[in-house]
Design a protein. Structure first.
Length: 361
């Protein structure tokens, strides 16, 4: 028998239909690949006639869609990535979910999609993670990846903003992200984002557009591209789907956000805060390929790494710009190693959460 009950929150009723049995019985949560397995439940809500309704947590299951569904054609689709962790005493925490909630609605506005109310996003996520709490792996470097997303659902292939949308949250337990030091190709032909475009929003289309250039870089023996600006291919933006940091002398430099071409990463913000705490001067500003080569040649370029929820801190061992190759001995790096340790300490509950980042279930 399915158990059905209703939970009242501030402004929204979330209907909960529990799965009859848990898939967890048949699997181990150790070393599972990223994004492949999903928990027992999901959250689903519909936007119709200007309001959100049918907010429901129910067994993870396929969706029935029509071929004419608008998002399949015109790509009004956005998402977020958040992680939940288990502390040594078994308590469950979500890392900075409110920041992702705020960013989700920034993305929604740029894509001409409705905002999702805070209680549906935050309380819905809390209830869903609570229900599937046993899916949060307890092993080191493991976590539960939370994927909120929204897409247009009108059955109409005319080009206009959809009148109906679906908001969903699914959960995926994940083992250590494959995190070997990366070889990076500095991209000078293709562009990820231009001023006035959609680079600051976490929409599905940005990812689709990055796949061809990334495949070209892979063919040339590189893991990812370092994106540069659309006009001169001179100002550095992001590395793959991560924000990028350069340790130059005793400063940490990361590209500034004012052009709207860079995704304001929650990990980026966390790294800035922790690096400052570690005593480094952190500067958000424009940085060029020429400067990068100069500081590499002078020996001032100490460390280069990417930041993002999925991979956390990813070290870069090689950068190729035109015919110039910059190589690094990542084994000797101190700043990124300490940054990663401090960040992980907070997330796994082994260090004090002095910034108030952990949201307890
Ligand atoms: C999601 C994303 C990031 C990282 O953001 P986090 O909040 O740290 O996960 C960076 N760049 C792009 C393009 C992204 O989509």
């Amino acid at each position: 028998m399915q158990q059905i009950y209703l939970v009242m929150t501030a402004a929204v009723d979330i209907n909960v239909i529990k799965a009859e049995s848990s898939k967890l019985k048949e699997m181990s949560l150790e070393n599972i690949p990223f994004g492949k397995y999903f928990t027992d439940h999901m959250l689903e809500a519909d936007y119709e006639n200007g309001e959100w309704k049918n907010v429901e947590i129910k067994p993870y299951q396929p969706l029935v869609i029509e071929p004419s569904m608008a998002s399949l054609h015109y790509g009004q689709a956005i998402f977020e990535g958040i992680k939940a962790y288990k502390s040594p005493n078994g308590d469950a925490f979500i890392f900075r979910p409110k920041d992702n909630y705020n960013r989700f609605n920034v993305s929604a506005e740029r894509m001409q999609m409705p905002a999702v109310p805070e209680d549906i996003f935050m309380e819905g996520m809390r209830m869903l993670v609570e229900l599937d709490k046993s899916w949060i792996p307890g092993h080191t470097d493991h976590s539960l990846y939370i994927r909120p997303f929204m897409f247009s659902t009108d059955h109409l292939i005319g080009v206009r903003p959809s009148e109906t949308y679906k908001f969903m949250i699914i959960l995926s337990p994940t083992g250590p992200y494959y995190n070997a030091p990366m070889k990076i190709y500095v991209e000078e032909k293709y562009t990820r984002a231009a001023p006035g475009g959609v680079g600051f929003s976490k929409n599905a289309g940005n990812y689709a557009a990055s796949m061809y250039p990334t495949a070209m870089a892979r063919k040339a023996g590189y893991d990812q591209v370092l994106w540069t600006d659309a006009f001169e291919h001179k100002y550095l933006q992001e590395v793959g789907t991560m924000n990028v940091f350069f340790i130059i002398g005793n400063k940490a430099i990361t590209p500034s956000l004012e052009d709207g071409t860079i995704l304001a990463g929650v990990t980026r913000d966390s790294a800035i805060t922790i690096l400052k705490k570690m005593g480094l001067e952190v500067v958000e500003r424009k940085i060029t390929t020429d400067e990068l080569i100069d500081v590499y040649k002078s020996g001032e370029l100490k460390e280069v790494f990417g930041t993002g929820t999925a991979a956390t801190i990813s070290l870069i061992k090689e950068l190729k710009y035109k015919d110039f190759i910059m190589e690094f001995n990542v084994d000797s790096w101190k700043v990124s190693t300490e940054l990663k340790e401090r960040l992980n300490g907070i997330r796994y509950g082994t260090a004090t959460d002095e910034f108030g980042w952990m949201y307890k279930l």
